[in-house]
Design a protein around this ligand. Structure first.
Ligand code: C2E
Ligand code: MG
Ligand code: MG
Ligand code: MG
Length: 285
């Protein structure tokens, strides 16, 4: 064979790509054993009333620290778990930890709702709903203390298969929040009968509030839609006072973000709940 042809054939060999395939496999092995050992934990981020500054609840976010002490971001392990068929197992472990946290909040006399994140793959999994409802009933927790977050893009991609299940959860009094709202270009036809209680304005819009006319426009539109169709609204990723003020001026009810608090370990969040349960966060500013 001529050198030229070999050269061409070897152009398909990409050591970088092979290395990343191997890396992914290693991480996947670690993920599997982390699930077996229930090595995931929760970080809890407060949700705050933007009018009163009162603590209104928490969102539970999955955290993973591997044996060598390095932490892997959900932006990496969630998609990995999704493609490997492991996301439902992960999400059910997060649900159990969430139910546990709610029980601890009740026990210390600060009963507040806690939201957990889900993937549509959970709702497409035939046994998920049954397991979910069984565990919720076994916990004895009142449904209004639970809120399920699911991203707009995922809901819209599988609207026919998921809408009914979300509607059932709503009927049972469980909150349904549409996460990262504004990024998925929901059709208006769907928004009007979206089985949800809350829209969460995606942080990309909140971050550009006051800087980009377009982002400000999107936020205003979501707030109008919510008022018109009776959704609660949470603004995600509030980092500055200016963003807070712009949201307050437009009547946005609820918010989350580093300005108030970063996601924190469970013990810290329980203490946070005790400190802020009956006071306004704004008084401390
Ligand atoms: P999300 O549900 O939209 O969560 C918000 C993300 O924004 C979190 O990132 C949070 O730490 C971060 N964040 C909160 N406030 C601020 C802020 O002021 N500024 C900035 N820059 N970021 C802020 P995290 O924890 O890395 O989670 C990323 C995504 O991974 C989540 O987005 C959610 O979609 C997914 N995820 C997390 N835990 C789970 C889980 O248990 N199950 C599933 N299926 N997905 C999860
Ligand atoms: Mg979320
Ligand atoms: Mg979000
Ligand atoms: Mg997100």
């Amino acid at each position: 064979a001529s050198a030229a042809r070999d050269g061409k054939r070897f152009a398909f060999y990409n050591p970088g790509q092979e290395q990343s395939v191997r890396k992914r496999q290693t991480l996947l092995d670690k993920l599997k054993s982390a699930l077996e050992n229930q090595a995931f934990s929760l970080a809890l981020q407060p949700k705050v009333c933007l009018k009163s500054g009162q603590l209104k609840g928490f969102e539970a976010l999955a955290r993973w620290t591997t044996d060598d002490g390095s932490s892997v971001s959900p932006g990496v392990f969630v998609p990995l778990a999704e493609t490997a068929g492991l996301i439902t197992e992960l999400d059910l472990q997060v649900l159990d930890m969430t139910l546990d946290v709610i029980q601890q909040l009740i026990a210390q006399d600060t009963p507040l709702p806690v939201a957990f994140n889900t993937s549509t793959l959970d709702l497409l999994n035939t046994s998920y709903m049954e397991v979910l409802l069984t565990r919720i009933e076994q916990s004895g927790i009142e449904h209004h203390l639970l809120d399920m977050e699911i991203t707009e893009t995922q809901v819209m991609e599988e609207y026919e298969q998921t809408a009914e299940q979300l509607a059932l959860l709503r009927q049972l009094g469980i909150g349904i929040s549409i996460d990262d709202f504004g990024t998925g270009y929901s059709s208006l036809a769907h928004i009007t009968d979206l089985p949800a209680s809350t829209l969460k304005i995606d942080q990309t819009f909140v971050r550009r509030l006051g800087e980009s006319e377009e982002a400000t426009h999107v936020v205003e539109m979501i707030l109008r839609l919510s008022e018109r169709f009776g959704f609660d609204v949470v603004a995600e990723g509030i980092e500055t006072r200016q963003q807070l003020q712009l949201l307050q001026a437009r009547g946005c009810q609820l918010g989350q973000g580093y300005l108030f608090a970063r996601p924190m370990p469970v013990a810290e969040a329980l203490q946070w709940a005790q400190e802020h349960h009956r006071t306004s966060l704004f008084q401390h500013n």
